[in-house]
Design a protein around this ligand. Structure first.
Ligand code: SF4
Ligand code: SF4
Length: 253
């Protein structure tokens, strides 16, 4: 009897299931209003001048079926064209009609997850979320991580569990990105923030890979937000008992 092989990439149907499940906003704050104040009125992650959304070809197939919100991105200059020429052949750079036309249910995975990516340690365990640090000077959330809702964290983890089961390239790309973060943070002598899949906050020491419980103030504030007062924490973090920490739960590889 022929063996059925698992698909190597997520199908449009899997993306549709993920979209249905993963709808939670990052926080109760309209973080777009915070960063747009420093970006000519446009939320930083909704401007292709700052970040170009990249989608898998099956995710693109799904988006095209669902909406006319998106179109393929056209590089405005040779430098951007060169940058995009390195994209994996299964990926497509796209652009939406702009934040005034946003359709929440038709946001891409990159819209839903920003500014976070799944942090994977060198053993290959998916431990939780860390940040796209290249945006920390402009992205308000990265200076106020305590505003992240537990529901967002839970749905983020569930979404990537679904994706990693069928798409090893996605897993590998995020494992490599985590390794790259450890190299950069080693050079800068900084701890890596990790919002653990168990709902606790950790710091990863990039040189030793040691993971310890952390407090939000240990990660600092950056760029436009350096002098901000810390924002009110989401209920989950405000009521979390640090003594309840039993050690980070690991997921099956
Ligand atoms: S996630 Fe960051 S960059 Fe995006 S809208 Fe919120 S504060 Fe701005
Ligand atoms: S779809 Fe919405 S969240 Fe995504 S880039 Fe466009 S405006 Fe921003």
């Amino acid at each position: 009897m022929a063996k059925t092989r698992p698909p190597r990439t997520a199908t449009p149907e899997i993306y549709a299931d993920i979209y249905k499940m993963f709808m939670a906003p990052v926080s109760a704050f309209d973080c777009g209003a915070k960063c747009a104040a420093h970006n000519e009125g446009v939320p930083v992650c909704c401007s292709t001048e700052a970040a170009i959304p990249i989608v898998d070809k099956h995710e693109w197939q799904l988006l095209k079926q669902r909406t006319d919100l998106w179109h393929e991105y056209k590089a405005p200059d040779k430098a951007t064209e060169k940058e995009l020429s390195d994209l994996h052949h299964d990926c497509v750079a796209i652009e939406c009609k702009g934040f005034m036309s946003c359709e929440r249910e038709n946001r891409s995975m990159s819209c839903r997850t920003f500014p976070f990516f799944p942090y994977i340690d060198r053993e290959g365990d998916f431990l939780g979320m860390s940040v796209f640090w290249g945006f920390e000077d402009r992205c308000w959330v990265q200076s106020h991580l305590q505003i992240v809702n537990l529901r967002f964290l839970t749905e983020f983890v569930a979404a990537y569990e679904m994706l990693f089961q069928v798409d090893r390239d996605e897993f590998t790309a995020n494992r490599d990105h985590s390794a790259s973060m450890r190299r950069v943070f080693t050079r800068h002598d900084r701890p890596i923030p990790l919002l653990g899949r168990d709902g606790h906050l950790y710091k990863v020491t990039p040189t030793t890979h040691e993971i310890k419980a952390a407090r939000f103030h240990e990660f600092g504030r950056w760029g436009f937000y350096e002098k901000d007062k810390p924002a009110e924490p989401a209920k989950h973090w405000a009521t979390l008992d640090p003594n309840s920490l039993k050690g980070l739960t690991r997921a099956a590889r």
